[in-house]
Write a protein that binds this ligand. Structure first.
Ligand SMILES: [Zn+2]
Length: 219
């Protein structure tokens, strides 16, 4: 047990100095009386391992789906290439960018634009606006929130990303009105979900939104 000659006290555990006078302690330190809890932290290596696992699971299941479909899926190579590009993105983001949220947002938008362009130049089968865009917008909202939680950000630090996504999700209406989307249901559902979600933020977390907006527009 440690002790302080000046204060005439014994001290349990392992202290560098006397908690009362700050002076030097005599005696042997003990193990701490209470266990020390380690905070779990999302490290880059863990993030990359999770991404690698998801990539592996995705590729294996795509091969299974391809086999099960009998005739084979024409877009299988594209899906697997996209998955590898996504994995590379995550590695780059984890190691080289100090604003992961911004990087992820930009990459998802670039992915959406590329899918529309590829769709356009391959004869417009409308898969980009029917499936890619609705799932990308909903996915982006989820990814933004999950990333915010992993990075231990406050809602006011990423709520403007959610506003941005909500406004841009309305672009899907343009494709519907121009007759470019032959099956608008997924797009309409995704817009509705995102608008409902954002209305919830405005109603229940208005302070976060107001402070984020004033900070952004006043500086
Ligand atoms: Zn002391």
């Amino acid at each position: 047990m440690q002790s302080c000659d000046k204060c005439k006290i014994d001290i349990r555990g392992n202290k560098a100095r006397c908690p009362l006078c700050g002076g030097k302690l005599k005696g042997e330190a003990e193990f701490p009386a209470f266990p020390v809890l380690k905070r779990k932290v999302m490290t880059r290596a863990l993030l990359v391992r999770i991404a690698a696992f998801i990539l592996f699971a995705f590729c294996v299941s795509m091969v299974v789906v391809d086999y099960a479909s009998g005739t084979g899926i024409s877009w299988l190579p594209l899906a697997i290439i996209s998955a590898f590009v996504g994995f590379a993105d995550i590695c780059v983001t984890a190691y080289y960018h100090n604003n992961p949220l911004k990087t992820i947002t930009v990459q998802i938008y670039v992915g959406m634009i590329i899918s529309v362009i590829v769709d356009y130049f391959t004869g417009w089968h409308a898969w980009s606006v029917t499936w890619v865009m609705p799932s990308a917008f909903c996915g982006m909202v989820v990814v933004t929130i999950v990333t915010g939680l992993i990075l231990r950000m406050k809602l006011q630090d990423f709520v403007l990303y959610l506003l941005f996504d909500t406004v841009l999700a309305l672009i899907q209406f343009v494709f519907i009105m121009k007759g470019r989307n032959p099956f608008p249901l997924p797009a309409v559902i995704s817009i509705a979900l995102i608008i409902i979600f954002f209305a919830g933020i405005l109603l229940f977390r208005w302070r976060d939104f107001a402070s984020a907006s004033s900070r952004y527009f006043n500086t």
